[in-house]
Design a protein around this ligand. Sequence first.
Ligand code: DON
Length: 611
Amino acid sequence: MLFTGPSFPRHSVAALFAAAALCSTVGACSSSSSGTAPRTAPGAAAGGVTPLGDPAIPDRQAAQFPEQWRLKTGAGATFAAQVMAVSNSPAASAAAAQIMKDGGNAVDAAVALGFALAVTWPEAGNIGGGGYTIVRLADGRTAALDYREVAPLAATRNMYLDANGKLTDKSVYGHLASGVPGAVAGLTALLERYGTMKLAAVMKPAIALARDGFVVDTALSGSIERASKTLLRFQSNSPFTPNRKPLAAGARLVQPDLARTLQAIADQGPKAFYASWIADSLVAEMQRGGGIITKADLAAYTPVWRAPIRTSYRGYALLSMPPSSSGGVTMAEAMNVLEQYPTLPAYGSTRWFHLFGSAYQRAFIDRNAKLADPAFVPVPLAQLTSKNYAAKLRTTINDTRATPTRDLDAAMTQAAREPEHTTHYSVVDAHGNAVATTTTLNNSWGSSVWVRGAGFMLNDEMDDFAAQPGKPNMYGLVQGESNAIQPGKRMLSAMSPTIVLDPKDQVLLVVGAAGGPTIITGTSQVILNVIEHRMTLGDAMRAPRVHHQALPDSLTFEAGGIRPAVLDSLRGFGHAMRELRSLVNVNAIMRVKGGWEGLPEPRRSGGAIGY
Ligand code: DON
């Protein structure tokens, strides 16, 4: 389970070397793991770009964290005057910065970053999975691209149940776990519509990293080590486990098969993936392991352009992902509930955690029952995101008492009756174009199946369906009929790539996360910490996090993140408190005076690189 993992040393020597090589050509860039990289001088911009305006937000306030919390307040982020790219891989962030240095816009850079991540962060960066992107261009245009996987045409509602009707682990591991991949179709569609460079040019860094290799850092070696047993269950010859041993930190990871695959995509576009020898390799891999994806599935795959969910929070605008992801709707619903309170309690107080948890508990009840692929199920978007509905939900929250999820069903039905391992990256350019992308194989390393001959990992996204409605999935989400398996349907996601605009309609935050359902609460908390608690980006990201997803009916918190007296009070309110070491992997960029700050997840690894 990804959000329980340990925190790793920030960057590996290897990734930093790769990043440093690109940085030396990019210029004043820095890759950060501790968020204390030096500031470059504001205004040191090249290329005659007009500096962007400063953000229209109140001054920041000092945050206070509990004494026992392992991350400190006041630590910074990486500053750059013009452009910034933040991801879980310094080398991939550096590739994006280089593309912008070469004249590309944020979309060109994000596509370069996406393909590079498939090479340098293969536990989640991918071409065998799918994702979502939110774009906000400097001229005000916005777009949402859904390139989520779909259930294969031969998928059936009960395909993961055994003869006794019991749920198996086949939605998580092995060839049957994969949805039809959308990543290549998505990234290339994005470039075609909003990019300025050729596909071959933006894929160059990824191809070089796959072909020439890069030095494995401790974050990647730790990830391979943890997954190695399952990886070896499905193939013995992937480059991640040479001689059946996990690749160690300091070793060089060369991926010639992947390089060939990427080169073919660069030369021929998406049809290389969906209708040529790469498709043949994928289908051959399926046949080897009892999977059901066919060439007809691949040929039929299409990404979908959608209108972003646009919601407001105290004068700020949020642009986020509509269904087939639940991210934007669930965030909008919960934040609308919080907005009903004229002022919110201080960060870290009992009432803050109680109100936050209670708002998300309610939003997740709706999410789990009502949200799904809109091509298959009518989704009450307008109602769930309305301020009026939020006002009614707010009345179901007792200020000093948790409401058991089972008791909320009736109240929520009443309120609704009236009219109506994943990885995120953020990129901004000197013009103010912004891209937020979250992409995933689902679990770390997806289904653990590596496509022989084509060199990439396949997703286990089928587990995001309600494989047995009413029974929890890998993330403990209890989902309903609307998200049951149907051929050609997109499985409901929690991914929440989000762009926040300040009251003057300028980009303020570009943010999103990995971590299953905690993506929604984690992304929201960084946004609320900035808007509501007036924290700096550094503090907003380091602040201890909590999570509520209705069922299991508990308020999850990070070890050391809540003061003991507050914890006692929350228990007194009736919250079942559940402790985890770490919650959510967020990567964010924030507009600050004179430029941008970028910060990869302080609990994990990554790189913020700009100039
Ligand atoms: O789409 C979803 O909601 C999940 N497949 C995301 C999985 C995830 O975030 C795993 N992460 N670390």
